[in-house]
Design a protein. Sequence first.
Length: 375
Amino acid sequence: MVSVFRVAVYDKDRRFRCQIGNPSALSATIRHNLVSTMSITVPFSHERIPKLMEDGVRLKVSFKGQHLISGPIVSEEGETDGVGGHVTFSVEDDFAVLKDMLGWPVPGSPVGSQSASAYRTYTGNAESIIKTAVIENGVNRLAVPGLVVAPNFNRGAVVPGGVPLRMHPLFDQMFPALEKAGIGVSVRQVGSDLVLDVYEPKLYPRTLRVQGRTLKTAKWTRARPTASRVVIGGQGEDTARNFRQLVDADRESQYGMRAETFRDARDDNTATVMDSRGRETLDEMGPKNGLSLDLAGTGIFQYGPGGFQVGDRVPVNVGAGLVITETIREVTLNWVSKNYASAQPSIGELTNQPALIFAQRLAALAKGQRNQERH
């Protein structure tokens, strides 16, 4: 029987080299609109070790015949006593191209001729925004090896105010705006190409039940939003300072609240940019709901073909008439045997995980610093 995981090795030019059989260990964390990662461990005596250690080598992995992850090996760790041992290789998904690509203000001009515009603002529906930005910066300007953009079908809602870029990594500015507009983004190796495309998450067709045979237990957290209005402070000093305000009227109606906060945007006075910063702040201070599920083995809730995918919204009946519906943010797959892999989904945003909260805050601070540096 064919293994549930199929691991293929490619060189830096995305030419097939070999396959890896059953590993000592394999763990893949597949994420929605974030960079997926994978680690694979093989014996030090494995015949494919020399090929895996070549510069620029890549892995392309399928799960139950469906694309799982593709990307370069970014690090390795080995250990041996001269007789036995093992090597662990870490892979970063090709989605990382979005954090490794800057959005230039004038992407069609040389770096010394960027003064024609302070920002390049991409407007329209979500799919048009991401694909136009990648074509201009990744395909035409940077010429990322193998990168192509799939045809545009104008999926996703219109992003209010668009997405302004000024030497920002595309990932910094595009999310969560594109996700709120209803799309996910993927970059996958197809043949020798790296194909960027979008997908539309769906509602999982069945309701999971703790009292059924699908779940052993369910834990959840729910946190009320901490702000519904944001005042953005632009350039100027004292009485000359420019201010704008954004109000989330739907949030105020839903929660019966009016709470405001302040966002410093003194690096720019452009209404579009100030509004974009304000929306970021409202997103960061929005409701945080999450679910942690302990799956009961091989039930109806399976990852892969015919099952759930990251990005899907799944309804969970936790009992007492309470149904919680949240987005599957990620799933971790662990190789158990040739025929079986365990799956652990993470749904929504769990607010009782200090390490996760700390990481999110650090990321927000770093993003804010990058905004300041680019003006």
